[in-house]
Ligand binder design. Sequence first.
Ligand SMILES: N[C@@H](CCC(=O)N[C@@H](CS)C(=O)NCC(=O)O)C(=O)O
Length: 224
Amino acid sequence: MLLYYHPASTTCRMIMMFAAEQGIDLDYKLVDLFTGEHFKPDFAAINPNCLVPVLEDGNFRLTESAAILRYLADKTHSAAYPNDLKQRARVNEMMDWFNANFYRDFGYGLVYSQTFPQHKRPSEEIQAGTVAWGKQKAQGWLKILDEHLLGPNKPFVCGENITLADYLGVEMVAVGDLIGCRYSEYPNVERWLKRMKSLKSWPKVHEAIDGFAASIKGTPFVTI
Ligand SMILES: N[C@@H](CCC(=O)N[C@@H](CS)C(=O)NCC(=O)O)C(=O)O
């Protein structure tokens, strides 16, 4: 199987982490987002959304990181995506929660608008409003994650065992490192982040994004 990817991409890193931790053998094809390779006809023919990741399994092509994670987990019978109807529904619920609620405000509202030029809004006023809105909403989501979804006792977001929801969700939270977010007000989130960051594949998969974070360190970001 082949993954079209870029290592600075949050939605690619979750797949890289899952594959590395579960021993899933993937080939990787870099799509250079920084030179706009994803907008060129060759890649647009592969994914008309012009986004990574894309998985190829023979002549089957799949986009959307959450769908790719589920496909890889099903294909390899991974315990990270349980077969039990209710346990699986819980994993799906948490994946949707991160993707639809948290990431929209935290990732696209607060983090990317300040770090990626193509996400910067067209005027200072709109930019400031976007960032303030993203920060306020993200704080609300983090409080819910901390107090209700994780709570003081659960090692992982769906309970005792690591699931796809952890692989997906942790990348969406950890991307706050780019703007120097601190989670001390959310101790259960901090504990979960620490546990996920201690996975053996973390340093290698995060080399590129850590390098980017280091290159923008010291920039005065609005943060959490
Ligand atoms: N919903 C998609 C989002 C994919 C996505 O936003 N990919 C980003 C990298 S994290 C991308 O390719 N960005 C290129 C661009 O915006 O120009 C998924 O989950 O796979």
